[in-house]
Ligand binder design. Structure first.
Ligand SMILES: Nc1nc2c(ncn2[C@@H]2O[C@H](COP(=O)(O)OP(=O)(O)OP(=O)(O)O)[C@@H](O)[C@H]2O)c(=O)[nH]1
Ligand SMILES: [Mg+2]
Length: 322
């Protein structure tokens, strides 16, 4: 499912096939050869190592890898195109890899180390002296990027999946949740246990009032069938937050307050002004920790005693829908 054509300048599967200049990329010989190559690699690695994963992003079909030990917690990263979702993945891993820690959660492994590593690498200064940043996440409706972390808290092991996706797809989904070009957004919305909702400070500075509507439309759609699921709002690129016009900031705050009344707001950035920059070094970790705490606390609360007439104690406990 996750692959990209190897011809330079070809956008398949996200866009047109460069050979045929059409969307029929599956008919292209180059594309077929990637498929065959992938199948061959899969065969030889399974014979040699017997490991059923590659270290790259997982897709929904791979979730069986994890569900043998627990049902994973899925966190949906939601935001418009360019909001900084994939960079967040890169920064989270960079911080953990460099020895920064969550307060109450400890790292216990990952099935997708190569994928985390690739995004973290895109935040490092390259040989041209620039930070390349991640490529825009493909907007193909079949494209899934689930980043796995196994984390321990209070001696319990949790499998966590961060579901990244293209902001372009989520924007389509926000205007029509049944849009067939937004199947992955629909899946993420239906299956996530909680959401990190990105508000792009830079988009508000550049787009001014015009950037307000897409943010609130997306927030409105996320809130529509949220149920008891949790949301944390992050203001990304927050090193620029003071450049947002005050009335615009206030009106976004009020709009988000209406849709997500109990959501904490955090300010994050991938640029550090100092070695202890709070937006970068503290709040990026705090974002994940806050949503994880909220999800796991509410899961605990769900196991509540229900009044039953049954004399059998076993039937006195159940999972309520509260
Ligand atoms: N000023 C500033 N710019 C940032 C920061 N983080 C990321 N960017 C810029 O934002 C761009 C988009 O970041 P991505 O992480 O790719 O955004 P995304 O939400 O994954 O975008 P899509 O995949 O298209 O949905 C990057 O290419 C950077 O130029 C930040 O902390 N501050
Ligand atoms: Mg992205």
């Amino acid at each position: 499912m996750r692959k990209k054509c190897s011809i330079e300048g070809c956008d398949a599967p996200k866009g047109l096939c460069k050979n045929s200049m059409s969307s029929d990329y599956q008919e292209c010989d180059e594309w077929r050869s990637i498929d065959e190559d992938k199948a061959d690699k899969g065969k030889s690695s399974s014979i040699e190592t017997n490991i059923p994963w590659t270290g790259m992003e997982l897709t929904p079909e791979d979730i069986g890898l994890l569900s043998h030990r627990s049902s994973p917690i899925i966190i949906g990263l939601i935001g418009s195109a360019n909001a900084g979702k994939t960079s967040y993945i890169g920064m989270l891993y960079t911080l953990l890899f460099n020895g920064r820690k969550f307060n109450n959660w400890s790292f216990a492994g990952s099935y997708t180390l190569n994928a985390w590593e690739a995004q973290a690498k895109s935040l490092k200064i390259n040989s041209k002296g620039k930070v390349p940043f991640p490529k825009s996440t493909p907007s193909h409706p079949d494209y899934y990027s689930l980043y796995h972390l196994a984390l321990k808290k209070d001696k319990r092991l949790y499998d966590i999946l961060f579901a990244d996706s293209s902001g372009e797809v989520f924007t389509k989904w926000a205007t029509d949740t049944e849009n067939s070009e937004a199947e992955n957004a629909k899946w993420i919305y239906q299956n996530s246990d909680g959401f990190i909702f990105f508000v792009d400070c830079e988009a508000l500075i550049i787009g001014r009032g015009g950037a307000r509507r897409p943010i609130l439309q997306l927030a409105g759609q996320i809130s529509s069938n949220l149920g008891t699921r949790k949301v944390v709002v992050v203001w990304s690129k927050a090193e620029k937050i003071n450049e947002i016009s005050a009335p615009l900031k206030k009106s976004i705050d009020e709009g988000l307050q209406r849709f997500f009344p109990n959501a904490p707001h955090l300010y994050i950035s991938n640029f550090s002004a100092s070695p202890d920059d709070e937006y970068c070094y503290v709040n990026n970790l705090a974002t994940s920790e806050t949503i994880l705490d909220k999800i796991t606390q509410s899961q605990k609360l769900r196991l509540t005693p229900i009044i039953s007439n049954s004399p059998d104690f076993f039937f006195s406990y159940g999972t309520s829908n509260q």
